[in-house]
Design a protein around this ligand. Structure first.
Ligand code: ADP
Ligand code: MG
Length: 243
């Protein structure tokens, strides 16, 4: 398999606190990986290192053609090829839905306004929001806002999509509309790394599960094996609490 992401012996501390301890993982092109584990285990920090939002202290991360090493952050070109979706949506509140999805295309990729809007319209249709393009984020439900955030990330034609608990801030009835969009993306071959507690999505859509605890990648297994036959005590105890 061709590797899209290679995380090699990555460690990171906040002061004396070791948040990532010698983490290694490889993710193939088109693979969908779910990262799960207890709160505070380093999941968000790990995925933020993949697009350079958090610097690493040691080790190396390769993403597509890019290489991240200690001290390197704010890698603009890499950011463009790695889309990220956060728990809290992070839309631009003063812009319409359409402008949220066009702004980086025109500012960062220097696409024409017409080309950017065409792309945005097609993405908004794909996430089921054609009827809401002229609204502002505050006029949308949480599920709709998160679908705009996904469309906005896709507008830059990323090679990889990172999701950090994309449904955790949503009312229960809105979770599935977001998971459905993510499932569609996965089926279309997008390389995806998703931190999520949605175990139905993990079991049904993920190729592999990466289980973290206390800053370590404790277990990596295909989804069925992870859920049916976890190998480590720590994974067994985590699953016993959430399932
Ligand atoms: P998770 O996403 O698995 O809940 P995080 O990666 O957010 O875990 O955080 C892991 C640990 O690192 C937590 O104990 C958290 O308090 C700590 N942490 C996260 N960000 C910072 C920061 N900027 N400064 C200090 N500690 C942090
Ligand atoms: Mg987190």
């Amino acid at each position: 398999m061709m590797m899209m992401i290679e995380i090699s012996n990555v460690s990171k501390s906040y002061g004396a606190f070791k948040v990532l301890k010698n983490c290694s993982a490889s993710i193939g092109r088109g693979e969908v990986v779910v990262i799960c584990g207890p709160s505070g285990s380093g999941k968000s920090t790990l995925i933020k290192t993949v697009n350079g939002l958090e610097a690493i202290d040691s080790g190396e991360i390769k993403v597509g053609g890019f290489r991240l090493t200690p001290g390197v952050t704010n890698v603009a070109a890499l950011r463009r090829s790695v889309g990220m979706v956060f728990q809290s949506f992070e839309l631009f509140p003063h812009l319409t839905v359409l402008s949220n999805v066009t702004i980086a295309q025109t500012k960062v990729l220097k696409r024409s306004k017409a080309a950017a809007e065409e792309k945005a319209r097609s993405l908004l249709e794909r996430v089921g929001l054609s009827a809401h393009m002229t609204k502002h984020p505050a006029q949308l439900s949480g599920g709709q806002q998160q679908r705009v955030a996904i469309a906005r990330a896709l507008a830059l034609d990323p090679d990889v999509m990172l999701f950090d608990e994309p449904t955790s801030a949503l009312d229960p009835e809105m979770v599935n509309e977001v998971l459905d969009v993510m499932t569609g993306l996965a089926r279309q071959g997008m390389t995806m790394v998703c931190v999520t507690h949605e175990m139905g999505f993990a079991r049904g859509v993920a190729n592999r599960i990466l289980f973290m605890d206390e800053g370590e990648i404790v277990e990596t297994a295909d989804a069925a094996r992870f859920f049916d036959n976890p190998q480590s005590d720590r994974a067994r105890s985590f699953l016993a609490k959430i399932l």
